[in-house]
Design a protein around this ligand. Structure first.
Ligand SMILES: Nc1ncnc2c1ncn2[C@@H]1O[C@H](COP(=O)(O)OP(=O)(O)OP(=O)(O)O)[C@@H](O)[C@H]1O
Ligand SMILES: [Mg+2]
Length: 467
């Protein structure tokens, strides 16, 4: 064992002979070993360097070994302290352990005992370090951890989030309302080295133009009626961190100019002010509108569009990842059970199927509302169709509706669109793995290929359609 764990050690003893004998022995085992003769000297050394293990005599000329131990517990908690006590002084040994010593040994020292104690201390330290790394990894993942979804498109999204997080690149998030744009923006922040600095979100669509400018850039007293005092804007608040601007498509032309400047030069002036502020802000923007189209219509500046369209992340709508619906529903079922002190166990098959067939215009947010409502309404311990809103139950008959609407048309024609949709949904749910999709649909792979060809279904086309 001692072969694998070599540490940096400090031996503290006032008796030079003993001190050097211990140190030589530890060096002979391969540990990098230093020595100190007094408590003060030891503290000075430990202050400068994080030793793995300190071997310390209780009796020291200036302050006793307990003082050093206490100091170590407070200041270098990662360092293991092994106390050396005189023979027969069991009280001080007990006291040492109580204060936080890793171990104690009685003098005269036996080499093997010392070796064993040091090895154990180094092993424990290694385990502590490994645990810490593990926790750090979890922390890192935390941002992504609360995002639920195993659909292929979500996996792609996680990859993108991880890839862009620790850069300063401006990110544009596209997606319908309720698809998780804010969640993604937060995850990017959480996974970046800016995580300890502010994450500031502004819903641009919620404020009239003039107010929005002062909200973002601040204003000086007297800048406009009602501006009685200086106000710090969100850009300054987010300094060092991340600013998330939602509904960016609603920005007025003059705001767009200011945004362009702050993106290019990282500086701005508050409304009505002349002082220029420099900021270090990472920008994430989101919209559910087609910015390219707005550029074509002359409603959104082309230069700004190119500035913000560096990295684009697309949140898939819920209806395009129906495989995730049970995961989300069960997650929020648990949450609302806790909130409402209920013990609803699950959704019955009909309810789950209705949820998977529904088109979810409000996406995950809508699903959360539906689950909450169902938990509250549910009388037994299983959620049934009756606990779902009317719209979902009606949606349940979509296929029958489509067939009815086809009216005079042949049954075959009426079934084209539902069949196409079912195939797309199944492909989505199986990450476009054809083998798995064919299996899920109960048809063979050749039949699936033929149908995909017939309906013009391809992964590329689906992805394009989504943007
Ligand atoms: N993948 C997901 N896993 C778990 N919860 C999610 C997921 N996506 C979204 N949510 C939840 O759904 C709700 C809506 O998400 P969020 O606010 O991020 O969406 P949004 O796209 O920003 O919506 P809006 O367009 O209205 O701003 C939030 O409560 C969020 O926690
Ligand atoms: Mg949002």
């Amino acid at each position: 064992m001692s072969e694998t764990f070599k540490g940096s050690l400090l031996v503290v003893d006032d008796d030079q002979h003993i001190r050097e004998a211990i140190a030589d022995y530890l060096r002979s085992l391969g540990h990098r070993t230093e020595t100190a003769g007094t408590c003060r000297e030891a503290i000075r050394r430990m202050d400068e360097y994080p030793f793995d293990v300190v071997v310390c005599d209780v009796n020291l000329p200036d302050l006793d070994g307990f003082h050093l131990l206490e100091w170590a517990v407070d200041n270098t908690p990662d360092t293991a302290v092994i106390m050396l006590t005189g023979y027969g002084t069991i009280e001080s040994a007990v006291e040492a352990i109580r204060i936080g010593a890793f171990d104690y040994l009685t003098k005269p020292l036996i080499d093997d005992e010392l070796n064993l104690a040091v090895t154990r201390a180094l092993e424990k330290r290694k385990i502590v370090e490994e645990n810490r790394n593990l926790r750090a990894q979890l922390d890192e993942r935390y941002g992504l951890n609360n995002i639920i979804g195993r659909d292929y498109k979500m996996l792609k999204l996680y990859d993108m989030i991880e890839a862009v997080a620790d850069t300063r690149t401006t990110v544009l998030i596209l997606g319908e309302s309720g698809t998780g744009k804010t969640m993604t923006a937060r995850a990017i922040h959480q996974l970046s080295s800016r995580r300890d600095k502010p994450f500031v979100e502004v819903a641009c669509g919620a404020l009239p133009d003039t107010l929005l400018e002062s909200e973002l850039f601040g204003h000086v007293a007297g800048a406009f009626t009602g501006a009685t005092t200086d106000k710090m804007g969100k850009f300054l608040q987010a300094d060092g961190g991340t600013l998330f601007l939602d509904e960016i498509a609603t920005a007025s032309p003059s705001l767009q100019v200011k945004l362009l400047r702050v993106l290019q030069d990282r500086e701005f002036e508050p409304v009505g002010g002349t002082k220029t502020y420099k900021v270090d802000v990472r920008l994430i923007l989101a919209t559910n509108q087609d910015l390219e189209d707005l550029v074509r219509q002359g409603k959104f500046r082309e230069d700004l569009y190119y500035r913000i369209n560096v990295i684009t992340l697309t949140q898939p709508p819920l209806r395009e990842r129906i495989g995730d619906i049970p995961l989300l529903a069960e997650h929020y079922l648990k949450e609302f059970n806790e909130q409402n002190g209920k013990k609803v166990k699950r959704f019955d098959d009909a309810a789950m199927q209705a949820m998977q067939r529904y088109h979810w215009p409000g996406n995950v947010r809508e699903l959360i509302n539906v689950v909450e409502r169902a938990v509250v309404l549910c009388k037994g311990d299983v959620i049934t169709l009756q606990d779902l809103p009317e719209t979902l139950r009606r949606d349940d008959s979509t296929i029958r509706g489509l067939a009815a609407r086809a009216g005079a048309g042949s049954l075959k024609e009426a079934l084209v669109e539902p069949e196409r949709q079912i195939i797309i949904d199944a492909l989505e749910a199986n990450g476009w793995n054809r083998q798995a999709t064919a299996k899920a649909l109960g048809i063979n792979r050749t039949t699936l290929y033929k149908k995909m060809k017939k309906y013009g279904i391809s992964y590329e086309r689906q992805m394009m359609g989504q943007l």
